[in-house]
Write a protein of this length. Structure first.
Length: 546
């Protein structure tokens, strides 16, 4: 659930918060957008209290990352209290939010709230959106093959000034005067992440951007780099930030599939068909786009039946995929086995009643939505039945969390065991999945369904490791005032993997570890394809038609 930029939702959430903090109509607004030390500490205390009350904490994630979210947040009290400018307070609250280690939870700019001087790349919940960031003519990826970690150049835009001595595979030594060995310690507090591979990937993506995601002290007018080439020589360059539309990328480290040609593109996936007699098709998956997934997947199955492709293997490339919903709908059609879907829970707290009211209004308007598309394959009745009765009864009883039900009641009602059958017409060949840490959320659910039900062979690297049922978003005010500060979020429910484990921070493990490295970046997808053919041949699948 993501009601971002929904004014009725934000108004309702703000009203709830004002009621809780005891705001009275005769209380004047404060002077100065950053407030006073006393107000900032009161705001800090209210955020911690709401987090303790509302958040669905993931024990597997806390064990994997070795932290306690409330303890990590408490350590930032002095920073928030002492942040006496808008910019200082904004970044202190960014660090406070990110201390929870949750990729889903962003801090938003709101109308009338605080904001840093430079806002490119930040999210706005209300009021004008910030501009997209400018980009330097070079892109980076993490080096997953090195014990020391690090980053390397993954692409260089053609013809851009300062790039003549830079090449794909060059190892990054320093950015804007910060050595790579110190880079993560400085930047990690400003990034949202639920797993370390996911953190590395998002830092790498952002390094070429002039974005307010970075603290102001890190940015310069140019991107200043020091890199080391394969022969050990070192190169320093200062690159201008440019309009991204002006950059011409080689795409050398992006997905390519030798022997396959693009048949068509949809918002959900691109379909590639074999040109050299291979008995396989490739789905380059974009995201589980709930507004179009059903029609896009139905189109694929109809085409497979018409073209007699249903016995072909499917190579499912999820290395550039994002989230969405309704992934189980696709799983029922792209492979031949019954499977257990993901389940979900909700933490019961003060936000549940307004949350259910919001869902009532969506249902009345025939709009049970998630990111612009339907959350359920039915009309939403399964979901509303659970919300109206089981959930509200649990709240009345004083339960702390709901019992697990099939995820968002998207594919089955509340009393279902979650076992879904393949549809009458479905692909019957083997499923091979290429995985990577670029994305997560509903992608995490897809991966866990494949892994926990033994539906296919996963190779590459684990995905981003973040998934929940819903988030709650709220405009925060200085307690006791009408003064808005920022938009804040909480993860209020868990996704439960088919194996019964909490999914947040606990991604499905892969079958074949194939790391992306500086040395193999230019042929990474060739390696994945070769290993896929070897796997298919090893299980006795006839790889070619002749």
């Amino acid at each position: 659930m993501n009601p971002r930029r929904s004014l009725p939702t934000l108004f309702l959430a703000s009203l709830v918060l004002l009621t809780q903090t005891g705001c009275r109509p005769d209380v004047p607004q404060i002077s100065g957008p950053a407030g006073t030390p006393e107000l900032r500490e009161a705001l800090f205390d209210s955020i911690l209290a709401m987090t303790a009350r509302r958040a669905a904490f993931s024990v597997p994630k806390q064990e994997a990352l070795g932290y306690d979210p409330l303890e990590e947040m408490e350590q930032l009290r002095a920073e928030v209290k002492g942040a006496n400018t808008e910019e200082d307070l904004f970044y202190a609250l960014v660090r406070l939010s990110n201390a929870r280690r949750d990729r889903h939870l962003s801090l938003g700019l709101v109308d009338g709230g605080i904001r840093p001087a430079f806002t490119n790349g930040l999210e706005a919940w209300d009021g004008p959106d910030p501009s997209d960031p400018l980009e330097a003519p070079v892109r980076f990826r993490p080096d997953f093959g090195s014990e020391a970690g690090g980053y390397f150049i993954a692409d260089v835009a053609g013809g851009a000034a300062g790039t003549d001595h830079l090449a794909v595979g060059d190892h990054l030594l320093a950015v804007n005067g910060v050595r790579v060995t110190e880079l993560e310690a400085i930047l990690t507090p400003y990034f949202r992440y639920s797993s370390i591979p996911g953190l590395w990937w998002k830092i790498a993506e952002a390094l070429s951007l002039k974005t307010a995601l970075f603290p102001p002290s890190f940015l310069n007018e140019t991107l200043n780099l020091e890199v080391e080439k394969d022969d050990g020589t070192r190169v320093r360059e200062s690159l201008s930030y440019l309009d991204p539309s002006l950059l011409d990328w080689t795409g050398i480290s992006e997905p390519t599939y030798q022997g396959f040609a693009l048949e068509w593109s949809t918002p959900t996936y691109d379909l590639y068909l074999p040109q050299e007699g291979q008995r396989a098709l490739i789905l380059q998956w974009h995201r589980f786009e709930s507004s179009s997934l059903i029609q896009d997947v139905d189109r694929l199955v109809a085409f497979g039946e018409e073209q007699r492709l249903l016995d072909f293997a499917i190579l499912f490339d999820a290395t550039r995929s994002g989230g969405g919903s309704l992934g189980a709908y696709a799983v029922q059609r792209i492979q031949p086995k019954p499977f257990k879907t993901t389940f979900g829970t909700l933490r019961l707290s003060d936000v549940i009643e307004p949350f259910v009211q919001m869902k009532r209004e969506e249902f009345a308007a025939r709009k049970i939505y998630d990111g612009g598309g339907p959350e359920t394959v039915d009309d939403g009745s399964w979901l509303m039945d659970w919300l109206e009765y089981d959930l509200m009864e649990a709240l009345t009883r004083g339960d702390s969390v709901t019992t697990p039900v099939p995820f968002k009641l998207a594919h089955a009602p509340k009393d279902s065991d979650g076992i879904l059958q393949p549809t009458p017409v479905h692909f019957r060949g083997p499923l091979v999945v290429f995985s990577g840490p670029n994305g997560g959320s509903h992608l995490d659910q897809f991966m866990s369904i494949v892994a926990d039900n033994d539906l296919g062979h996963i190779m590459g690297m684990p995905d981003g490791g973040y998934s929940n049922t819903w988030e709650w978003e709220e405009v925060l005010h200085f307690p006791g005032t009408y003064e808005p500060v920022v938009g804040f979020m909480w993860s209020i429910g868990h996704t439960i993997r088919p194996n019964g484990e909490v999914l947040e921070g606990n991604p499905a493990q892969i079958h074949e570890w194939i790391p992306l490295t500086a040395e193999n970046a230019h042929r990474y997808y060739e390696i994945l394809m070769d290993r896929a053919w070897a796997y298919l041949a090893g299980i006795g699948f006839q790889v070619r038609t002749s």
